[in-house]
Design a protein around this ligand. Structure first.
Ligand SMILES: *Cc1c(COP(=O)(O)O)cnc(C)c1O
Length: 215
């Protein structure tokens, strides 16, 4: 089932859109099934789970941290993580920089913008984004390669489209000057809309692996 779902989604999205298979809460067998079907990029939102899957699974997997990251846990993933989505503070960037340099790496990150109508603690507004951009040169261990955002959880597709449109506009303002290449927007419920609005990376979990049960 996982193989079929994965291949169905891959064949339905354009070549320039990267699929991150979000495997949070799912066992290693499920990840291996997707791996054997050709998937190499996986996303997790908990540091402990990410680290243990990294240790147990094939080393050519690219692991993306997609959830909110606490500063005190950066050190566990800095040695191997391929991309951290959802970075939204200077203090977190400073810690990622420190741990990246310790691992003698440059860690790629996406800055998370707050685009949804919902009140959320996460994501930057444009003023905060600008402030971070002026400090980027200080962090040699970090490479910002684009933006990430999440739309409001709603059935109103016009609203979701307009939130993604707004994120794409902000992205376009900086992308060429700053050499960005990734706009991460779209999940199982809204990736069609996100791609239509210019997403280049979608994070899809339940449409590949089935619904998650949290116990
Ligand atoms: C869980 C999660 C996803 C995937 O959600 P689905 O609806 O299962 O596709 C995408 N992005 C983030 C940040 C997530 O936490």
């Amino acid at each position: 089932m996982i193989r079929e779902q994965l291949l169905k989604i891959k064949s339905a999205i354009p070549d320039h859109v990267t699929l991150v298979a979000v495997s949070k809460t799912k066992p290693n067998e499920d990840i291996l099934e997707a791996y054997e079907a050709g998937q190499r990029i996986f996303g997790e939102n908990k540091v402990q789970e990410l680290v243990s899957k990294y240790e147990d699974l094939p080393k050519d997997i690219e692991w993306h941290m997609i959830g909110h990251l606490q500063r005190n846990k950066v050190k566990y993933i800095a040695p191997f993580v391929s991309l951290i989505h959802g970075v939204d503070s200077k203090r977190l960037l400073e810690e990622i920089n420190k741990q990246a340099l310790k691992s003698e790496r440059q860690v790629s990150v996406l800055l998370q913008m707050h685009i949804a109508e919902e009140e959320s603690k996460f994501g930057l507004d444009e003023t905060e984004l600008l402030d971070i951009l002026t400090h980027l040169v200080e962090w040699q261990g970090i490479k910002v390669i684009g933006l990430m955002g999440m739309a409001t959880f709603t059935d109103n597709e016009d609203q979701v489209a307009s939130e993604f449109k707004k994120l794409k506009m902000i992205y376009d303002r900086y992308a060429s000057n700053l050499n960005w290449s990734v706009l991460s927007m779209g999940m199982s419920g809204d990736y069609h809309i996100a791609i239509a609005e210019g997403s280049s990376m979608i994070r899809v979990g339940s449409s590949i692996f089935g619904s998650r049960s949290y116990s």
